[in-house]
Design a protein around this ligand. Structure first.
Ligand SMILES: Nc1ccn([C@H]2C[C@H](O)[C@@H](COP(=O)(O)OP(=O)(O)OP(=O)(O)O)O2)c(=O)n1
Length: 181
């Protein structure tokens, strides 16, 4: 079970900066940047070359884990004495605001193809940043609500499989309530 606020469990001490995933937070920043750039540079090409969709050829790097992100954000807020502002409702509103910023990037464009082949590098990076903001606030919201997000996702996916048996719904996007056995 997750610690009450995660701080003690993480050994956070307010020192500058003590995140140490495979080295330093700088390492992580560089990794993330590489991920974004790889996705942007390879996806449209691979689609043309092998005829598969981006969903089949694009994968994430395994780190940081959700728990890594929780710990890093806890450290970030601790260092700034911002926990006083980061109650669940405020985090929810902040997350929804960031979802709005993601939406802004898509608005008025019409349908957007997978892999965003017509987007500039700058637009891709903007999207990566806004999606990251959403995720950071989501993870912190889950922490502050004591929802163990990785386990909750596993439980929810198991439920989804029960609600939507592949044999029954294959190729259909109908809501489960619309199926009559
Ligand atoms: N009180 C705050 C303010 C910021 N952040 C962190 C989490 C988000 O990842 C990011 C959000 O920062 P901004 O509110 O400055 O939003 P943007 O980065 O989206 O900037 P802008 O609104 O100019 O696009 O910073 C935080 O944890 N707590």
């Amino acid at each position: 079970m997750m610690a009450t606020n995660g701080k003690d469990a993480c050994g956070l001490n307010g020192d500058e900066p003590s995140v140490s995933l495979n080295g330093t937070s700088d390492t992580l920043a560089k990794k993330s940047h590489t991920l974004v750039m790889n996705g942007a540079a390879t996806q449209p090409d691979s689609k043309l070359q092998n005829g598969r969709t981006g969903a089949e050829s694009f994968t994430f790097t395994p780190e940081p884990t959700i728990e890594d992100i929780r710990r890093m954000q806890a450290e970030f807020t601790d260092e700034r004495d911002w926990n006083q502002f980061h109650q669940p409702r405020n985090l929810l509103l902040a997350m929804v605001g960031e979802v709005g910023e993601v939406s802004e990037l898509f608005q008025w464009r019409g349908e957007v193809a997978e892999g965003l082949p017509n987007w500039t590098e700058s637009e891709r990076e903007q999207l990566a940043q806004e999606l990251s903001d959403v995720m950071i606030y989501l993870v912190e919201l889950a922490e502050k609500c004591h929802v163990d997000l990785p386990q909750a996702v596993l439980r929810k996916m198991a439920l989804n499989r029960l609600k939507y048996p592949a044999s029954k719904v294959h190729g259909s996007a109908k809501k489960y309530t619309e199926y009559k056995d």
